[in-house]
Design a protein around this ligand. Structure first.
Ligand SMILES: Cc1cc2nc3c(=O)[nH]c(=O)nc-3n(C[C@H](O)[C@H](O)[C@H](O)COP(=O)(O)O)c2cc1C
Length: 370
């Protein structure tokens, strides 16, 4: 599965994987794909450095990337985290307390830190992550919520790092191209995490046309080799998968109950909700998302307020595995994530399925399989 982009990066398969877990990213890189470590959860630069050290030791000199979340449109600017905290209305805090109490969610133990405090989507935090990242031989820097600022693009290029950005529409993609981005990830509505409203089948060729000759990666709803073949047939130079890795044996979800929920979920069990971060993000539908999406409630706050507001609540829900509220960002492909497998097994399955799909299309086209 070779494309111009995979040759540029020197990878065997044009399979890119976003993951918050270093062990998954490293395993994907070792399996011949391209692992991209999500940095959003690293508040302390030292923690990111520790995990990038680990990645270095476990990727056999093969290429990998890093993903940061720098929102192009900032809800709040030039203020400290404490000042942002102070902007959260009491009505919303009371709603969190009431929803947790309704489900009997215990408090964290004395001194137990909230493990889910995501501040990486504040620009100053993302910038401190970049200060660490450029000390490592990352080959690609991806940004989730818009084009990275021009100085970040220039800095990446100075280090020989390709810059990728996620796009949910052809307009976004053109904006990325104008900003000097090297690779556009066309991420469809089906995808886990922050997502737009256009499905991958429609979005991929629109983005390919909009930014040609820039390479495009197809993302959203890909979990089989047949779907990879479809993405490549639509003009993509590779695929970018996020959800599928969540149920791999290397993923550190730290919750058997959540893994069980993912394995049991069908493709209709996700919702695009602002409950987690303040921006629409596809995730498992739970009583937590239902509460936030209920018009009778106060509704979610804008990013980054919502993320700060719910951070401790999410930690408590995960810590005590409160099943009805327990969720995670995940895409519609969750319906095909029905068994726990290693990253290598997933990649082998993807490449086998891709070959089958190519043979099938060749037969349909009247060509003999190679
Ligand atoms: C648990 C989870 C967290 C995600 N967080 C981020 C993120 O921090 N940055 C980012 O660029 N994309 C993030 N995404 C989106 C992925 O990069 C990817 O585009 C998406 O998962 C592809 O669609 P799929 O879920 O159908 O594979 C996340 C996806 C998931 C499932």
């Amino acid at each position: 599965m070779e494309t111009e982009l995979s040759r540029t990066l020197g990878i065997e398969h044009a399979i890119f994987g976003f993951t918050p877990f270093p062990a998954v990213a490293a395993a994907l890189t070792r399996a011949g794909g391209f692992g991209v470590l999500g940095a959003v959860r690293y508040t302390a630069p030292d923690d990111l450095a520790r995990d990038l050290d680990w990645m270095q030791e476990h990727t056999d000199g093969l290429p990998y990337g890093l993903d940061v979340v720098m929102p192009a449109k900032k809800a709040v600017e030039g203020v400290t985290e404490a000042e942002i905290e102070a902007m959260i209305p009491e009505e919303h805090r009371a709603f969190v307390r009431a929803t947790l109490a309704e489900h009997g969610v215990p408090e964290l133990a004395e001194g137990e830190a909230s493990g889910w405090r995501i501040t990486g989507w504040m620009e100053q935090v993302a910038r401190s992550q970049l200060d660490v990242a450029f000390d490592y031989p990352i080959r690609l820097l991806a940004n989730a919520l818009g084009s990275p600022p021009p100085d970040v693009v220039a800095r990446a290029h100075d280090h020989g790092v390709l810059v990728a950005a996620l796009a949910g529409s052809a307009r976004h993609a053109r904006h990325h191209a104008d900003a000097g981005i090297d690779v556009v990830v066309a991420q469809g509505y089906e995808a886990g995490g922050h997502t737009g409203e256009i499905a991958s089948m429609v979005l991929t060729p629109e983005v390919v046309d909009a930014v040609s000759p820039l390479p495009v990666l197809a993302a959203g709803g890909i979990g089989s080799g047949e779907q990879i073949a479809a993405g490549l047939a639509l003009g993509a130079q590779g695929v970018w998968l996020g959800s599928i890795w969540l149920t791999t044996t290397e993923a550190e979800l730290h919750s058997r109950a959540l893994t069980a929920k993912l394995l049991a979920a069908g493709s209709g069990d996700t919702v695009r909700s602002r409950a987690l971060t303040g921006k629409p993000a596809r995730q498992l539908r739970t009583e937590w998302t239902d509460a936030w999406d209920d018009p009778a409630g106060p509704g979610p706050l804008p990013m980054p307020l919502q993320g700060l507001l719910v951070a401790e609540a999410v930690s408590r829900i995960q810590r005590y595995e409160v099943e009805p509220l327990l969720g995670t960002p995940v895409g519609q492909i969750v319906g095909r994530m029905n068994s726990e497998r290693s990253v290598k097994e997933v990649v082998d399955d993807l490449t086998r399925g891709f070959e089958k799909a190519v043979d099938r299309i060749n037969r349909i086209a009247g060509r003999s399989a190679q």
